[in-house]
Design a protein around this ligand. Structure first.
Ligand code: SAH
Length: 261
């Protein structure tokens, strides 16, 4: 990775669409780490943790792009400041929570960069579902419990749940709509006793997990006052949870689980 060619007259800068993972800096890929620690310009959204932003070199320009909640779906995906820098010939690291291509609008941004003739690269990141699964010890598939896993959104413009058979469903952005989602799943035929885990701040020191059955999860999460960002895992795999032993490494989160009978 070379970011040396900072300014070249007439040439366009490269935009690196980089997955920052779920928050813990140790979960950055080697490539993401190299890009972040050598960047001159970093544009990041709210999901990117302070611990990761602390790796950006002193003096680099930090552009807070924000998740821009409420922006109209017609608004261009890529922030104008990022495009302007790239068109000026500057390389930009566009840091996104999790993976850029999982509910990260990375696809739309790539289309836009391509249309403008701006060179770009995509660096994958650990998506929240995978980070949350690993840190809580919940397998997303299991030979005896689930042969598929679906990544869905809690406030999608399309089908609300789209659950195939008895597979695992992971809901992103699903905290605010948890009650409706749970109800819809039961109406669609999911057993009301299906276990559900809601993991807030996965992989960070503030991680918290609430586990309850589908018909009780919304109340349990509400009384625990879980905060966003949180991910919702629905399926029998939740009952297969094996809590990872607390490692001595301080960078590892201590998982405080609240089991709801
Ligand atoms: N591109 C991201 C997802 C962005 S959508 C990825 O691949 O992970 C934002 C949603 O991601 C949040 O509403 C939440 O559901 C989930 N999320 C991101 N970081 C999280 C974290 N540390 N813990 C729990 N959920 C997280």
């Amino acid at each position: 990775v070379s970011l040396d060619r900072t300014v070249r007259k007439g040439a366009r800068g490269t935009v690196f669409l980089v997955g920052a993972g779920p928050g813990n800096p140790e979960l950055l890929t080697v490539r993401a780490h190299a890009l972040v620690t050598s960047a001159r310009i970093v544009a990041h959204d709210e999901l990117v943790s302070e611990a990761i932003l602390a790796l950006v070199p002193q003096g680099a320009e930090l552009i807070r792009v924000g998740r821009r909640r409420g922006t109209s779906p017609e608004a261009p995906a890529m922030h104008p400041a990022v495009l302007a820098r790239a068109l000026d010939g500057l390389d930009v690291v566009r840091l996104k929570g999790g993976d850029p291509l999982v509910f990260g609008r990375g696809g739309e941004e790539a289309e836009q960069l391509d249309a403008l003739g701006i060179p770009f690269e995509i660096v994958p990141g650990v998506s929240a579902a995978l980070g949350a699964a690993a840190s809580t010890g919940i397998p997303l598939t299991h030979r005896d419990a689930a042969s598929s896993v679906t990544f869905a959104t809690g406030h999608g413009r399309h089908d609300p749940t789209g659950s195939p058979g008895g597979g695992t469903i992971v809901f992103y952005m699903g905290l605010a709509t948890l009650r409706e989602t749970a109800r819809a799943l039961i109406v669609e035929g999911r057993d009301a006793h299906t276990p559900v885990a809601v993991i807030s701040h996965a992989t960070l020191s503030t991680e918290r997990t609430v586990i309850a059955t589908l018909d009780a999860i919304a109340d349990a999460v509400e009384s625990a006052s879980l905060e966003a960002p949180a991910i919702v895992i629905v399926g029998d795999v939740v009952a297969r949870r094996v809590v990872p032993s607390a490692a001595p490494d301080v960078a590892r989160p201590v998982t405080r689980s609240r089991r709801v009978p």
